[in-house]
Design a protein around this ligand. Structure first.
Ligand SMILES: *Cc1c(COP(=O)(O)O)cnc(C)c1O
Length: 413
């Protein structure tokens, strides 16, 4: 076998990865129409309404609400679920900051449960172990497009009368036992920021899965200062605080065109991710991710683990060697679990005060979620794009196999 590129050997990947334009004529047409309306306000225009109508049809839900971001979508769902000061909300330590922001803005306390070592998603047993009389909701994160074990999680939630919010920012068109993620819990939250499967620049959606009109009304109002704007009636009967997280017509317009591409994007990513799992299975020291039983993934990125005991070098050495082969990658997804940030270590969400953490006795010490800490230390993340070619995927597999063969104890080099 050839020498590693990092040691002066030939690179595995010598041609550029497939690329393409995610925006085109369809987005331009929609934007033009939006501007020609003479209003960019969601309540007066038609674009956000059409966008949601299309999204609802794809997802088979009766109601959803548009928001200004995925972070906003999660905050809106928490507000609709009645999460308030002093409540505890259980969530995953391997996620985007956007998952916890709304919890803290409701003056509720994030509680981190551990993840499973192979799916990197919340472990139902760990969720149940963290439930106290303060627990109000669970925010599950379907990481990288891969569904959580929702039957087990929903059973725990029903038993303890907890609301379930699904963070689907990374999991468009993923199925769990025939159901789309985002339609299983009480609310499903999506992001259309510029890095997600589809982009409106920024934006988000919340599904209201009860299908009840009153639930929809509360959710809708929470994204709009608690003003109640329905049809031609606007009421400003304000009982509690709510933010302004409205989506504009410009975002709605781009979203309409982007939704037409979503099925192709997710199908292509699923095909590529599935091939990567297959291609990496059987490479000594490399563990591809496991997809929860009964689930499908639309692979927002691809995270695999290394058995460092079997390797001559560290995860960082592996990452450096793979980058040198022409496969851009990093260690982990986020550098460390969310609770190890200074924010949680000092319990200072708001400068100069420990509120709302003072309302509860939750610990954020290192070691509270050992699996999550281990996953982030021993995993490698590579990007997947719907614009890649099948050949690109084969070269990724080839490069990983080459690096692993060189770094395996008792192997080459
Ligand atoms: C992107 C993301 C968010 C936040 O979405 P924004 O639109 O950036 O606010 C929340 N949760 C997860 C898991 C994400 O990946």
């Amino acid at each position: 076998m050839n020498k590693l590129a990092i040691h002066g050997g030939p690179k595995t990947k010598t041609t550029p990865f497939g690329s393409g334009n995610r925006f085109g004529e369809a987005e331009l047409m929609e934007l033009k129409e939006a501007l020609e309306q003479g209003t960019l306000f969601y309540h007066y225009g038609e674009k956000v309404k059409q966008f949601l109508h299309k999204f609802n049809e794809m997802y088979g839900v009766k109601y959803s609400v548009a928001t200004s971001s995925g972070t906003a979508a999660i905050h809106v769902a928490l507000g609709a679920a009645g999460v308030t000061a002093g409540d505890e909300v259980i969530t995953s330590p391997i996620t985007d900051q956007g998952t916890v922001i709304g919890i803290l803005y409701q003056n509720a306390i994030p509680v981190f449960a551990d993840v499973l070592p192979d799916t990197y998603n919340l472990d139902p047993a760990s969720i149940e172990a963290r439930i106290t009389e303060r627990t109000k909701a669970i925010v599950v994160v379907h990481l990288a497009g891969s569904p959580c074990d929702m039957d087990a999680i929903m059973a725990i939630a029903r038993k303890h009368e907890l609301k379930v919010i699904e963070d689907c920012a990374q999991s468009y068109l993923c199925y769990y036992k025939g159901k789309l993620t985002g339609t299983i819990g009480d609310y499903g939250c999506f992001s259309t920021n510029d890095f997600k499967h589809i982009s409106t620049g920024d934006g988000g959606m919340v599904t209201v899965n009860s299908g009840r009109e009153d639930d929809y009304a509360v959710t809708h109002a929470f994204a709009d200062k608690n003003y109640q704007r329905f049809d031609h009636v606007v009421s400003r009967d304000i009982h509690h605080i709510a933010p302004n997280y409205r989506m504009t017509e410009l975002q709605g317009a781009v979203g309409i065109a982007q939704l037409d591409k979503l099925t192709w994007i997710c199908d292509t990513r699923e095909k590529y991710g599935t091939r990567l799992i297959e291609g990496l299975s059987g490479i000594a020291s490399v563990y591809p991710p496991k997809i929860t039983e009964g689930g499908t993934s639309s692979f927002w990125f691809f995270l695999f683990r290394l058995d460092t005991e079997k390797l001559t070098g560290s995860v960082d050495d592996f990452v450096a060697a793979l980058n040198a082969e022409g496969i851009s990658c990093v260690r982990g997804y986020i550098p460390q679990p969310v609770y190890l940030q200074p924010l949680f270590q000092t319990k200072e969400a708001y400068p100069g005060t420990n509120y709302p953490f003072t309302l509860s006795e939750v610990s954020y010490e290192k070691g509270i979620c050992p699996q999550a800490e281990e996953v982030l230390q021993t995993s490698v993340r590579i990007g997947i794009s719907e614009f890649y070619t099948p050949g690109d995927i084969e070269e990724i597999i080839e490069a990983i196999a080459k690096v692993a063969a060189h770094m395996i104890k008792g192997g080459l080099s």
